[in-house]
Design a protein around this ligand. Sequence first.
Ligand code: ADP
Ligand code: ZN
Length: 284
Amino acid sequence: MIAGIELGGTKTVVAYGDPDGRVAAEWRFPTTDPHETLARAVAWLAEKGCPEAIGIASFGPLGISPDRPGYGQLLATPKPGWSGFSLTEALATAFPRARLSIDTDVNAAALAEARLGAGLGVENLAYITIGTGIGAGILNKGRPLHGATHPEFGHLKIPRAPGDAFRGICPFHRDCLEGMASGPAILARWGHAAAELPAEHPAWELEAWYLAHGILALLAVASPARILIGGGVSQADGFHAMTAQHLSQIAGGYFPAIDAPDFIAPPALGQQAGIHGALLLAGS
Ligand code: ADP
Ligand code: ZN
């Protein structure tokens, strides 16, 4: 039996399933402090068996390079109590014989969408999420892109929209993409949560403008063949089409990849992408 754990900012999902990402049984519960959260996940897994392999898909920043300090740990996260906590150590202690694989929630979601969802057969796929934060998982020839650490799409420095005086809310960079265009940035800028803004609100053109600039940088560096955009904010009416339109305006005719049908599309697996991806990590 193989297992997957998806750790999110607000909820955690734990599952047994198969190496192709199919879920046999799963349990969802709120993410609290790291010790309690891992203890609950371990207790559920242990009650049902003893996994051969466990795939971990987690929010970041996260140490994912086995040969670097911090492997398996949450790095400098503003989430109280989590910085420096080792996910791999907690699981290796509970299941010493299980093979562990760890990656970001967005890399796992990209894997899942490529195998089971809206990126079927797309070897060079990017999965962007826009919610409380902004992040991207990137598959290069079917494999999640890793470097010294994982990509940090949300912290790209992008140009400011003409006349935009909003300060930005990223605690590290102020006006990076996440600082200007995440859900909390929309709330800080307009005084209303993204979910409450009507489709005709000017927030959406500006949001698409910023995201398109982030995507242009992603295109120039990673050359994805398709980009899936998910996360709460992406559920706004017409969001994908508006982003594609801004992208085509700023791309200057230079990036032929964007002319492919459905180059920008919504994901297909919704809330299930992360846990399918965690199982795929365990199976890989
Ligand atoms: P998280 O990033 O914490 O996992 P979500 O991906 O659900 O959470 O993102 C939460 C953000 O998405 C909030 O800023 C919320 O206002 C926004 N949001 C949720 N639903 C919608 C919607 N239908 N349209 C626009 N924004 C939405
Ligand atoms: Zn930042």
